[in-house]
Each structure stands twice: as C-alpha cells, then as structure tokens.
Design a protein around this ligand. Structure first.
Ligand code: NAI
Length: 471
C-alpha cells in the first residue's frame, strides 16, 4: 500500500492547541483582534474538560440532585406536600448530557462566527512554530505553521501509587459523572473541590459517602476557618469525613471495591472516586522538539506574558503554574493574545476567585487569613453570619458567613471568604472590589438592595470596623 501523501503546510497567524476554556477563549479573542486563527482539538466536541467532563456536567448534576433532595426533604417546611418523590437517574444523566451537548455546539457556532479554522486531532509540536495534527487512526492529517503557537492542553486526573483505576468500581470524576446507579457506599479519596462536589451529588441521591483526606482539614486551598465551617455543614448533610488518613491503595474486589488505609482497617464499598488533584497534560505534545523542559511538577514554565523558552510558543491554563481553574485559563488566554497583538495584556492573580459548588457554596478571593499571618501583613477582620440576614431567613439559608480581611493601616481589602448560599455569585462583588483596590469602608458605604444576600457582604465590611448593624 502506498504511503499517505504528506499534507501541505497550512499557514495561520496563531495555532492554538486545545479547545478548553483557555484555548477556545484565546482563539476567539485573537480572531476579534484580526488574527487568522487555527485551533486543534482531539475531541469532536469543543470546550475541553470543563464543558465535557468537568465544571458543566458536574454543575448540571449538582443542580438536579439538589432539587431532588429539596423536594424530598425541605418542601414540607415551606408547606408544600410532595408525595412519592422518585429518582429517575437515567433522565437526570440524560439532562446533564443535553446541557453539555448544547454548550459544546455553542462553541462550534462561536468558532464559525469568528472564522476560526478547526482541526480535529492531536496537536504536536514539530519544531519552530510548526504543529502537526494526528487523527484518531494515528495518521498525520494536517501540517500547520503559525506565526505564534499557544499550548492550552489542560490537565488530567492524578492518581496515587497503589490505586488501580478500572473505570468501573474505582474511577475519577469522569466516571463519577455517569455512574448508572446510585452507589450504596461511595468512598471519596481527597477532600478538594471535586471530591466534595461529586460526593455531595451522590450523597443527595442516597449514597452513604465517606471522604478520606490526608490532611487534617478539607479544601486545602481555601481559608481554614471557612473550610472548617463548610465541613461542619456538609457533615450535617451526611458526608462522613475522616481526616488525617493516608490511603495506600484502592482496587476492584469481587462485586465492590476495597480501599486500604495506613494503620487502619480497610474499607469495603461499592464505588471509589479518586479526587487527589490533577496534573498538566503534556503527553505526546512534542515539547522536546522545541526544547521546552517541564518544571518539577510537570508544568510548562512561562514568563509574565506566557512565553515559553521556545520562540513564538506560548502556554496558558492548567499546563502552567497556578490554580487549575477554567476562568484563570480564560483570563490568561485573553492576556496572552492581547499581549501578542497589542503589547498589553495582564492577569491580576490576586483577583481570581475560586468557588466550590457544594450546598451551600464555598467561595474566596485574595489572601486567606493563614497567608496574611504567614506573610506578617497586619489586618483587620470582619465577619457576618447569614443567620442574621432577612433574605437568608426567607430562603431557609441560615448557614454560613462572609469574612472580609482588610489591611490594618490602609483598610484595602486583601481577601474575602464565604461559605453560604450563592457564595459563588456573591464573591463577584468582592472580586470587583479587589480589582478596583477598594477599602472595606468603600464596601460598607455601598448601598446593597434589601432584602438580598448581598447585604451579608455589606455587614461583614461594616464589621471590619466593628459597626455591623444587624447583629
Ligand atoms: P485538590 O488538589 O483540590 O484536592 C485533592 C485533595 O486530595 C487534597 O485535599 C489532598 O490533601 C488530598 N489527598 C492527596 N493525597 C491523598 C491521599 N493519599 N489520601 C487522602 N487524601 C489525599 O484536587 P481535586 O479536588 O481533585 O481537584 C483538581 C483540580 O481541579 C483542582 O485544582 C481544583 O481546584 C480544580 N477543580 C475546581 C473546581 C471548582 O473550581 N469548583 C471543581 C473541580 C475541580
């Protein structure tokens, strides 16, 4: 059989590898700025981990499972009688798939509108700013040359020594988004965002959930006081936390799974979710072809403008240092291409929020109290509980609080941390405040509509100066 002809070299201003939130947003922004953009994605659906197997499907299931749980347990408190509430898991999963499908198609539409050339296959660097596309059959399907190349290949789930992922009994978030039946007993390894969000989903649908965490606290990236409060609330909902335990293995065992723990009895269960972090995705990318060396944690080192050590090659998102968050990748993608085209482009990492979509949500921006103490920065702290807010009472959302940390001398807001209903929406005000260099006094003097949960933010800002009104 004759060898397949080598494809002709196609030229573009920018070649983006990966169509996750970092890559596809960078591609759109570059097209807006007038560049001829190509984007390579191995999956037929655009949107990356976030849209296909991460943020979006998990939020769909969090919403559905919360509705199910509320209908069963809290409607009665509102005087609503809901009898014989049943779970149709198949329909719930189908709805989630529908949400994902609509959004990934939406991105394909945005690509068309912005005249971005899409290449389906695996992108790999081929020297200089050349990139090859390899199709699902392993054939070279396209050869591209960009004036600039942007790596936005994201991350994949990490695992631990001793864990035998089989995709059925012992799996990662990918499988936990599609289990066909509610586990009787789910063991979650790792109390980060993924473990708590998906642990919550299956707990609400009826599973017994045990969360095993190596550290003596949950949500290690969040403010410790807020994480502790979140743990109390989630424990009341039925999540069983075992902190300070070192998991040494997990494997399929007969018709269930076995999780082994250092110095303790093993746990038998029917499903295991491994959520111990994610690692940068650089396999098969051909970094060696352009002389890019990874750092000790497998990340691509970049300068302040996302340039790698290879001329014309940039990287953003989960493959570079920093929190692995979709919106962080988006900001970096925009800043990177804006800098390429205009010479300007910057991300304020002090104003990147993080949200954990449990019920209630946990959100934060800026420095945690521990970080301020460690850095010796003098601060004042104001906190206000949801319990004392009228709207929270009406909603039945009494749990949680807002905590604001402001510089002791300048009053500039340094960090805002929330556990409570709609924390993920409330944090936006704090992000804007930090972005504009606001003081706690600025927030305290800003009118907040009554009755809203946002008033908890205002009261916490007043509390920084010891003058909260409603407590
Ligand atoms: P994570 O890094 O947030 O948490 C992993 C947890 O596993 C840590 O608490 C760690 O101490 C624990 N752990 C590690 N080894 C262990 C062991 N041997 N035994 C028991 N516990 C162990 O990782 P996660 O939750 O898997 O999330 C991965 C990434 O995805 C994170 O960067 C996260 O921020 C991001 N993500 C963000 C979401 C959001 O913003 N809502 C949602 C989902 C993921």
């Amino acid at each position: 059989m004759a060898a397949a002809p080598t494809p002709d070299m196609k030229k573009h201003d920018l070649v983006v590898i990966g169509a996750g939130p970092g890559g596809y947003v960078a591609a759109i922004r570059a097209a807006q700025l007038g560049l001829d953009v190509a984007c390579i994605e191995k999956d037929p659906r655009l949107g990356g981990t976030c849209l296909r197997i991460g943020c979006i499907p998990s939020k769909a299931l969090l919403e559905s499972s919360e509705l199910f749980h509320e209908t069963k347990h809290t409607f009665a408190g509102h005087g609503i009688v809901a009898k014989d509430v049943q779970l149709d898991l198949k329909a719930m999963l189908a709805r989630k798939d529908g949400v994902v499908d609509a959004l990934t198609k939406g991105i394909a539409g945005l690509f068309k509108k912005n005249k971005i050339t899409r290449y389906e296959g695996l992108g790999r660097l081929a020297g200089g700013t050349q990139v090859e596309v390899v199709d699902a059959q392993g054939q070279l399907s396209a050869r591209l040359e960009g004036k600039h190349v942007l790596i936005a290949t994201g991350s994949t789930s990490s695992t631990l020594k001793g864990i035998e992922l089989d995709g059925e009994r012992v799996g990662t978030s990918t499988e936990a988004l599609a289990w066909p039946a509610v586990p009787q007993h789910l063991v979650v390894i790792g109390a980060g965002a993924i473990g708590l969000e998906l642990g919550s989903v299956w707990c609400r649908l009826g599973a017994k959930v045990t969360v095993l965490e190596y550290l003596d606290r949950i949500l290690p990236a969040n403010d410790a006081e807020i994480a502790k409060e979140a743990q109390k609330i989630l424990a009341k909902q039925g999540l069983e936390f075992r902190l300070g335990v070192k998991v040494t293995g997990a494997r399929k065992d007969k018709d269930g799974a076995l999780v082994t723990i250092e110095g303790q009895e093993p746990i038998r269960c029917d499903r295991v979710l491994v959520s111990v972090g994610r690692k940068p995705h650089t396999d098969g990318l051909g970094l060696e072809k352009v002389g890019i060396a990874l750092d000790a944690r497998g990340r691509i080192p970049v300068d302040a403008h996302y340039a790698t050590s290879a001329k014309g090659v940039y990287a953003i998102g989960d493959v570079i240092p920093g929190p692995m968050l979709a919106h962080k990748a988006e900001e970096e993608g925009v800043a990177c291409v804006e800098h390429i085209v205009t010479g300007y482009g910057h991300v304020n990492y002090d104003a990147i929020p993080n949200v954990v979509y449990t019920h209630p949500e946990v959100a934060g921006v800026g420095k945690t109290e521990e970080e301020l103490v460690a850095a010796g920065i003098p601060y004042r702290k104001g906190a206000f509980p949801y319990m004392a807010n009228g709207r929270a009472k009406a909603l039945g959302a009494n749990e949680g609080k807002v905590k604001i940390l402001a510089h002791k001398d300048t009053d500039r807001i340094l960090g805002v941390h929330i556990v409570g209903a709609r924390a993920g929406d409330l944090i936006a005000e704090a992000v804007a405040a930090i972005e504009f260099g606001a003081s706690s006094e600025d927030l305290a003097r800003t009118s907040h509509a009554h009755p809203t949960l946002a008033e908890v933010m205002k009261e916490a800002a007043l509390a920084v100066d010891g003058r909260a009104l409603h407590i």
